[in-house]
Design a protein around this ligand. Structure first.
Ligand code: ADP
Ligand code: MG
Length: 696
């Protein structure tokens, strides 16, 4: 897009606040703002007027349809398009859109995963307008962000619990802030999701059933070259990729998505996009839209965008960093301030966060568990499966000193005077980074780095928001119990005791090291290495109580999510196992039969001529042994997958996939990859890692 066009086109496909202000009568606009900003109930007259304005705007932009855009438990977005047409009876049509259609939809949605929440006979689900996320136009369709709930009011989606957790956090954070004499209008989270992805050639993708069916390569021997030269990270962007990125920026900007940073990542063909942070649930909506646009726009450039956590072995996989902070009106509450009370308040929030992460480390780990992410976490390219918090060079000495009741050593960097006698100085230091930490304080926000690239970020943020809400409430109660003492003294004691009690979660060292694993075990930190290990945390009685207490999820909703996640893991692995069997029987074995057969023929022909073809004979033997190993391994995988598939209990099935099927998949992959190393290039039925990662 030309420079002068950027500001003109920015947000042109988004029904913005400005559009509403221009198109709605003043009183209607005011009432709508009360709904959006203060959570006031929405009446149907207002909805009718908003619907009308929205439709007129959408028609001007060329839209013919509308859809309720929602996020079922698959995590990806769903939509069903309805046109605006309404027959007049004389053969012509009107374009109509009512308040009722805006506010509520009833997708015939019996086929979404519900974890047993909806028996099919009462399969009705409703979508309900989320006025806090603006409507937008995508492919001539007016998209209305919605929550998705059942007939009986249970949340069937990822968004509803997120919105509920935001409400809980806002309520408790306001109570905390009130003790500091602050009465902000709104308290909300801000999120900036850094999205990693791969781009490969469409022709390579089309030639690989594993990529098409599972999003990752299930086979492939080690490429001659990997990422060891460290030349791709921040390297010059290839022209085709650059064209893709430019079109992506243009499209995102039109949708009002503040795409900011783009660069090459560590692995060959890997890239990253980071937007400017936005209000929590909106940032997640925008991330989902970004992911969708990435896939679509890649196809315009002969590319395919892979968002799987581990598309290729031997090189890094893709994650998504969830940068998170808390804002009161426009003030970042995780920014250490200049005045002493601000800094005390900052330390209280910091302590709350540390305690929140420690108390709910198992749930945070659970929230990022998936079959795909199991390949990354703990694999020296992503944080380990152990949750810990990194505070950095500036804050660590302060926290240590607070716990020991000492003054920290003087630091020669810029310092912020806390001014309160009991308080040490807080040093401003935004430079320290510990890339191996799952949960790092980065100056004025926390960065949760365990999230998977294809993940909907609602799950981790639900846990984070609710856990912080709980801690804010604990502070309020703590102060109330000591009402006759001086507030500053009490608050400082809360901070000190909280850091003391949760010191075990703080870790500034190398999270990739084996020593840390041993040390974390000594500290009693959970190390839940796989999805089947991590998921049961969701349904622990104390965790169900935690969700219920803050009105985020009911016991039924929690169970449904557990079942849906457990089933999804088993289903994905079943598809992977099936795909491996299919590729082995239909592609690899036939190719190896051909290749070994051709060499054997050559051996026989040469023998007739009295030539002893030593090397070829040796190769026939190698190939025959390899074929036999593959044949045994594929039979074994098929049998073990059948065994797992027969298990009805989702946890038993998941455990069986982890313990029985995955090792059989690994054995088959090894057998096939060994043969890829020796098979003739023209015979090998799929593109190699060398080609996919480097011939671009
Ligand atoms: P990196 O982590 O790679 O060093 P940056 O520090 O530039 O990158 O920030 C990464 C992301 O963090 C960006 O999306 C940015 O918008 C987001 N971010 C910055 N400040 C905040 C904040 N207060 N709340 C949430 N996200 C934030
Ligand atoms: Mg980052």
């Amino acid at each position: 897009m030309a420079t002068d066009k950027v500001s003109e086109e920015y947000g042109s496909l988004l029904f913005t606040d400005k559009d509403m202000q221009e198109r709605l009568p003043k009183p209607t606009y005011k009432k709508l703002m009360q709904v959006i900003k203060e959570g006031a109930p929405l009446d149907i007259d207002i909805a009718n007027e908003v619907a009308h304005a929205m439709k007129e705007w959408a028609l001007e932009k060329g839209a013919t349809h509308y859809t309720h855009w929602f996020q079922p438990l698959t995590g990806i977005t769903s939509e069903k398009h309805d046109s605006f047409i309404s027959p007049k009876g004389d053969g012509s049509v009107l374009m109509t859109f009512s308040g009722k259609e805006l506010v509520q939809g009833e997708p015939d949605a019996s086929s979404f995963p519900s974890g047993g929440l909806r028996a099919t006979f009462e399969a009705r689900g409703y979508t309900v307008w989320d006025p806090t996320s603006p409507a937008f136009i995508k492919d001539e369709v007016l998209c209305i962000p919605t929550a998705f709930i059942s007939y009986t009011g249970e949340a069937l989606d990822k968004k509803t619990p997120l919105l509920r957790s935001e409400v809980a956090l806002e309520k408790q954070a306001k109570r905390l802030l009130a003790l500091f004499g602050q009465k902000p209008h709104r308290v909300y989270t801000t999120i900036g999701p850094e999205q990693e992805y791969f781009l490969i050639k469409e022709e390579d993708y089309q030639a690989r059933p594993d990529l098409i069916l599972t999003g990752r390569t299930l086979f492939g021997c080690e490429p001659a070259k990997g990422q060891e030269l460290e030349e791709h990270y921040f390297g010059a962007i290839r022209p085709t990729v650059n064209e893709f990125m430019k079109e992506l920026d243009d499209e995102l900007w039109k949708l009002g998505i503040p795409a900011k940073t783009k660069h090459n990542e560590v692995a060959p063909c890997q890239h990253e996009l980071a937007p400017i942070f936005e209000r929590g649930s909106l940032a997640i909506d925008d991330n989902l839209l970004t992911m969708e646009k990435m896939k679509l726009i890649a196809s315009h450039h002969g590319l395919v965008c892979l968002q799987h956590e581990k598309p290729f072995d031997y090189v890094n996989g893709s994650g998504k960093h969830n940068n998170w902070s808390l804002c009161a009106d426009n003030k970042n509450l995780l920014e250490p301030g200049d005045d002493p009370q601000d800094n005390l308040q900052f330390l209280v929030f910091l302590a709350c966060l540390v305690a929140a992460v420690d108390d709910h480390a198992d749930l945070l780990r659970m929230s990022v568990a998936s079959a795909g992410n199991d390949h990354r976490l703990g694999a020296n390219e992503a944080p380990p499966a152990i949750i810990s918090v990194f505070l950095g060079d500036a804050l660590t000495p302060i926290v240590e000193a607070l716990v020991k009741k000492e003054q920290p050593e003087a630091h020669d960097r810029e310092s912020i005077d806390l001014g309160v006698p009991q308080l040490p100085e807080v040093l401003r230091d935004n430079t320290d980074r510990n890339r191996t930490s799952p949960f790092a304080f980065t100056g004025n926000k926390f960065e949760f780095r365990m999230c998977g690239s294809q993940q909907n970020l609602s799950d981790p943020n639900v846990i984070l928001n609710t856990a912080v809400a709980e801690q804010c409430e604990r502070f309020v109660d703590y102060v109330a119990d000591r009402a006759d003492e001086d507030f500053t003294t009490v608050a400082m004691r809360f901070v000190r005791h909280t850091f003391r009690d949760h010191q075990r979660i703080l870790f500034d060292g190398n999270g990739y090291s084996e020593e840390w694993e041993a040390e974390a075990a000594r500290r009693g930190l959970p190390n839940l290495k796989t999805t089947p290990d991590a998921l049961p945390a969701l349904v622990k009685p104390e965790n169900i109580k935690f969700f219920e207490k803050y009105g985020v999820l009911s016991e039924t909703e929690v169970h449904a999510r557990y079942v849906a996640k457990a089933e999804q893991y088993a289903k994905l692995l079943n598809i992977e196992a099936n795909t491996m069997v299919y590729m082995t029987r239909h592609m690899y074995l036939p190719a190896l039969f051909d290749y070994s057969g051709d060499i054997a023929t050559s051996v026989a022909t040469k023998a007739e001529l009295g030539i002893d073809a030593k090397a070829e004979k040796k190769m026939v033997n190698v190939l025959t042994d390899g074929i036999n190993s593959i044949s045994d391994a594929v039979d074994d995988l098929e049998a073990k997958n059948a065994q797992a598939k027969n298990l009805e209990d989702p946890q038993a099935a998941d455990d069986c996939y982890r313990d029985v099927v995955i090792p059989a998949m690994t054995a088959l992959r090894t057998a096939v990859d060994d043969m890829e190393k020796v098979c003739g290039h023209d015979y090998w039925p799929v593109p190699s890692y060398n080609k996919m990662l480097f011939y671009v």
